[in-house]
Design a protein around this ligand. Structure first.
Ligand code: ADP
Ligand code: MG
Ligand code: MG
Length: 210
């Protein structure tokens, strides 16, 4: 029922905020190698504010909770990642208007990815969060629609795919975002946004398994 869904979404967002706060210096370290060393601070500040804003809502539905998290990220986080994370969450939240099912979760994931690519114009191989997201979303969709796995198992497969996507960002040259200013010097470094995307997905999985 709706109260159970509400508690599950709140738990997921709180887990994400806690994890990102814990990874703050790791994300900053990645961004200092190929960016401007603010990804940890950006994400920690944004997700903490998002979790607090969602906790303050009065009897919200899941779509409103996700939309509120996205709006908070948009207003708290600048740079590339604020609009990419926040704007895409706001846009994709409407896929959850009828609650959370395997079907709406796939629609949410696909819509989120579509918005990230619309906004950022990055493809796989550009060394961005898209390198984690594309394999994750495709794996999630296939696991549900073709392999008929339960959502939590499909999410576990998607996390594995995202992890390989993050590893794939290390040896490639950045073609989008600040890291692209470095050209070939970006080779050998792991992308911060792909890494934070993986951390978020790991927490979604932990919440789904709780
Ligand atoms: P900024 O680069 O503005 O300081 P952040 O450091 O918070 O913003 O976020 C950097 C991350 O944003 C990168 O590691 C990358 O994953 C992601 N990113 C940057 N530009 C794009 C883009 N055009 N499309 C997708 N993701 C992008
Ligand atoms: Mg940065
Ligand atoms: Mg910045």
């Amino acid at each position: 029922d709706e109260a159970t869904e509400r508690a599950a979404v709140l738990d997921a967002i709180e887990r994400i905020a806690t994890r990102i706060e814990r990874e703050r210096s790791a994300l900053t370290e990645l961004d200092s190698a190929i960016g401007d060393a603010d990804h940890g601070g950006n994400m920690a500040r944004g997700w903490r504010a998002a979790a607090d804003a969602v906790a303050d809502l009065d009897d919200p539905d899941p779509a409103t909770m996700v939309k509120t998290a996205g709006k908070t990220l948009l207003s708290e986080v600048g740079g590339a990642s604020g609009p990419l994370y926040g704007g895409s969450l706001v846009f994709a939240s409407t896929a959850l208007d009828d609650g959370i099912t395997a079907e709406t979760a796939v629609a949410f994931a696909e819509t989120y990815l579509e918005k990230v690519q619309d906004r950022g114009d990055a493809s796989v191989g550009d060394k961005t969060m898209v390198d984690a997201l594309v394999p994750a979303v495709h794996t999630f969709k296939k696991s549900i629609e073709v392999d008929d796995l339960p959502p939590a198992e499909a999410l576990a497969k998607a996390v594995d795919a995202a992890e390989r996507g993050v590893e794939f960002t290390v040896p490639i040259r950045a073609a989008k975002g600040r890291a692209s200013y470095l050209g070939w010097r970006s080779v050998g470094h792991q992308d911060p946004g792909a890494t934070s995307t993986l951390f978020i997905m790991e927490e979604l999985l932990a919440a789904a398994q709780a």
